[in-house]
Design a protein around this ligand. Structure first.
Ligand code: ACO
Length: 427
């Protein structure tokens, strides 16, 4: 295989190096292109552009492969707990029992938030979308933790990591509890990381909390499956914000905002709303398939399609099975699950979806599980953010460790050429 590519423009020829990843992925290194030929590359949506080299997550969209630090997602979802996966993503290796326990203890030490931050949460209207509230509160952590914002100090970065891992679950559960009209309380720190999240969220003031292992296991799986997904919209946002040397809290707050949109993490909310609409429309699945295919209709089949997966999304397979198990075990009968299955089957047999390689993505079934747990629909993307946190941290840390330059794309200007100012009375 050639290690370079030749490019000729205006009679000048240059050689650009080919970069090969550890799984054989190839890229043209265009770093010197502008300097040598006066050209830039143009790729809106970055469909063909690698923004960085990364050693965290590998995915092969054709084969439906997803690995964190070399470990298959199926194996991690089956055998690991969420904190092991978080440690793996952030620090590069699975923790020993000692490392795991020490990490958990450090996180627990940071599992509280300033009472003034609670006041900020309380001042939001109850109807505010939880993603906007969560992003604001996460950004607010910067103000309340000034000793964790120096991006040049390794100890401060480590503090920021542990603090985020400790404080985000509290913010998430409080955002949920406020919406549900429940008192804002702390958890039981004798419990494991995910078990404590479930307790913080679901504990009622009028009864003893009884843990439900089905809910804890499903939550663990969902968080692991969402933990990282290489350079998606929110992760790229976290890296690019961090590349200006903004701190970890501010960068993650920006990632939460990016995740909010329905084309990204907001899809889990949009899927359940769409399924509800279909149910209320006499379950007419075919009508919605036709709407999705109609180019004059902005409607898209939510939870379908993916920028990278063009065969199947391995996370969707695991989640579909988990949705079944959870609904069965909890004894929940939800007509929306049947509509989802019918919609999936109809789409997978339809030429439009087959030709464009559109398959259910991670969010097609995740909302159904959250719904079975009694979580309101506006909270689904918040749960996604909780899972994605270790990935954002890992990617931000890698970007800092690799001393990446500030992210600053170029553009091709297509506006007016130079013209003279005309005073307002002459326009
Ligand atoms: N429903 C109907 N048609 C679709 C859908 C869909 N869900 N997704 C893609 N298409 C069509 C497009 O209209 C386009 O058709 P064309 O070639 O005739 O113009 C073709 O498939 C390619 O679609 P693009 O938009 O170019 O694909 P892209 O890679 O840019 O978008 C995305 C990927 C945003 C995920 C898209 O498939 C989508 O909007 N899906 C629905 C939203 C969703 O589920 N998002 C969650 C993604 S997973 C995540 O972020 C965690």
């Amino acid at each position: 295989m050639s290690s370079k590519i030749n490019l000729e423009f205006n009679g000048k020829e240059v050689e650009l190096p080919i970069v090969e990843g550890s799984e054989g992925e190839l890229a043209v290194d265009v770093k010197s292109l502008r300097q040598q030929l006066g050209l830039i590359t143009l790729d809106p949506g970055y469909k063909n552009t690698g923004s960085c080299e990364s050693g965290i997550t590998f995915l092969d969209g054709e084969k439906g492969t997803l690995r964190y630090r070399g470990y298959e997602i199926d194996e991690l979802a089956e055998k690991a707990n969420f904190l092991e996966v978080a440690y793996l993503l952030i620090f590069g290796e699975l923790p020993t029992q000692e490392q795991h326990d020490a990490f958990l203890i450090e996180i627990k030490e940071e599992s509280y938030v300033d009472e003034d931050l609670k006041k900020i949460l309380e001042s939001f209207p109850k109807s505010a979308h939880p993603m906007g509230v969560l992003s604001s509160l996460t950004s607010g952590l910067t103000a309340f933790n000034p000793s964790s914002v120096d991006v040049n100090a390794d100890d401060q970065i480590y503090n920021a990591i542990v603090r985020l891992m400790g404080k985000l679950p509290i913010l998430v559960s409080w955002v949920y509890r406020k919406r549900m009209g429940l008192p804002l309380k702390y958890g039981d720190y004798a419990l494991g990381y995910v078990e404590n999240i479930a307790r913080m969220m679901f504990r009622k003031p009028n009864k003893e909390y009884v843990a439900n292992p089905i809910v804890d296991n499903a939550l663990t799986k969902l968080l692991i499956l969402h933990a990282d997904h290489e350079q998606n919209c929110s992760t790229s946002t976290v890296r690019i914000v961090g590349s200006s040397h903004a701190g970890l809290f501010a960068s993650v707050a920006a990632g939460i905002s990016a995740l909010w949109g329905p084309l990204h993490g907001g899809a889990n909310q949009a899927v359940v709303e769409m399924l509800e609409d279909i149910k209320n429309d006499d379950g007419d699945v075919q009508k919605y398939i036709e709407k999705a295919k109609d180019k004059s209709d902005p409607f898209r089949l939510m939870g379908f399609g993916h920028r990278v997966y063009k065969n199947f999304d391995p996370r969707a397979r695991i989640i579909k099975k988990t949705a079944h198990d959870v609904l069965n075990d909890l004894g929940v009968v939800d007509p929306v699950l049947d509509i989802a299955k019918k919609l999936e089957q109809t789409a997978l047999e339809d030429e439009y979806f087959v030709k464009r390689k559109l398959y259910p993505n991670v969010d097609f079934y995740s909302g159904i599980i959250y719904r079975a747990m009694g979580i309101p629909v506006e909270m689904y993307t918040v749960m996604f953010a909780l899972g994605r946190l270790p990935g954002w941290i890992a990617q931000w840390r890698e970007m800092r460790k690799r001393k990446e330059p500030i992210g600053r794309p170029r553009q091709i200007y297509t506006g007016e050429q130079k013209r003279s100012f005309v005073s307002i009375d002459k326009r």
